[in-house]
Ligand binder design. Structure first.
Ligand SMILES: [Zn+2]
Length: 261
C-alpha cells in the first residue's frame, strides 16, 4: 500500500511541476499585470540594440531638431504620463511608418517625415503611438503573443534570439481594432489639448488611402485598413471644444525636411 501512496504523491508532484512550467494565462485584464519598471526599461534597451542592428538611426541632434518641437508640445499636454518618452528616427525613406516598443520608446521612419504635409499630421501619428503606450497595449500584446513565463524568462535572461523575436512582434502590426480605435481616440484628445485639430489625422489618412496600393498593409499606422474610411470620418467628426483654435507649428516643414533628410 505504501508504495502506491508514494507513487501517487510522485505523480502529483510531477503534475504540479508540469503545470507550473506550461501554464499560460488565457487573458489577463490590463491592470492585472505590470512588468516592474526596471525590467521593462532593461528589455526596452535590448530591443533598441536589436533594432539598431537592423536599421541606421539619425543621431540625436537631427532627431531632436526635427521631432522635439512636436513631441514636447504633445508631452507638455499629457499629465500624468506613464513613461519618460524617447523618440528615435530611423533612416529609411521607403517606410512611411512609426511604431512603439515598450517603456515609452517610439520609433519613426524618415519616410513618414517626408510623406506628411506638415508637422501637425506627424503630431497626430505620434499622439496615436503615445496612446498605445498610455493604454498599456504594448505589454498586453507581448503577454498575448508570448505568455507570462516566456516574457519573464527573456527579461531575466536577455536571450538575443528571443529579444529579436520580440522586436519583430512589436515592429509588425498586431493590435486589435478596439486598441486601434482607442489609440485614435486618445490621439484626438491629446491633439486638442495640444491645440492641434484632429482633422489633421484625417488629411493624413486620406493621403495615405489615395496611395495605399503601393504600401504593405502590415504597417502599424495603417493597421486598421480596410477601415481607413471610418478612421477618416472619426477624425473629422470628433467634437471640438467651443473655443478651440489651432496653433500651427512655426516650421517650414517641407523645406526643413528637404534640407536635412
Ligand atoms: Zn496603432
Amino acid at each position: 500500500m505504501k508504495i502506491w501512496r508514494e507513487l501517487l504523491i510522485l505523480v502529483l508532484v510531477f503534475g504540479l511541476i508540469w503545470l507550473a512550467f506550461t501554464w499560460r494565462p488565457l487573458s489577463l485584464p490590463d491592470s492585472d499585470f505590470n512588468l516592474s519598471s526596471e525590467r521593462e526599461e532593461d528589455l526596452a534597451e535590448l530591443i533598441l540594440d536589436d533594432i539598431k542592428n537592423q536599421y541606421e538611426f539619425y543621431d540625436d541632434s537631427i532627431t531632436n531638431m526635427l521631432l522635439s518641437p512636436i513631441t514636447s508640445r504633445l508631452l507638455d499636454s499629457l499629465n500624468p504620463k506613464k513613461y519618460e518618452y524617447r523618440f528615435h528616427l530611423i533612416d529609411s525613406s521607403g517606410e512611411i511608418n512609426a511604431f512603439a516598443t515598450i517603456d515609452g520608446h517610439i520609433y519613426v521612419f524618415s519616410g513618414l517625415l517626408k510623406f506628411v504635409d506638415n508637422p501637425e499630421q506627424l503630431a497626430g501619428i505620434l499622439a496615436h503611438e503615445i496612446g498605445h503606450h498610455e493604454n498599456g497595449d504594448l505589454v498586453d500584446r507581448l503577454m498575448k503573443e508570448l505568455g507570462l513565463s516566456v516574457l519573464l524568462a527573456v527579461m531575466t535572461g536577455g536571450d538575443a534570439v528571443m529579444v529579436s523575436e520580440i522586436s519583430k512582434i512589436l515592429i509588425s502590426t498586431g493590435f486589435d481594432r478596439k486598441q486601434e480605435r482607442e489609440a485614435d481616440e486618445f490621439a484626438y484628445n491629446l491633439m486638442i489639448k495640444s491645440q492641434i485639430n484632429p482633422a489633421r489625422l484625417a488629411h493624413f489618412f486620406t493621403k495615405l488611402k489615395a496611395e495605399e496600393k503601393s504600401y504593405p498593409d502590415n504597417m502599424e499606422i495603417i493597421a486598421s485598413h480596410p477601415n481607413s474610411k471610418n478612421r477618416i470620418e472619426g477624425a473629422l467628426s470628433h467634437p471640438l471644444p467651443k473655443a478651440f483654435e489651432e496653433r500651427e507649428f512655426e516650421i517650414e516643414w517641407k523645406k526643413l525636411i528637404e534640407e536635412i533628410l
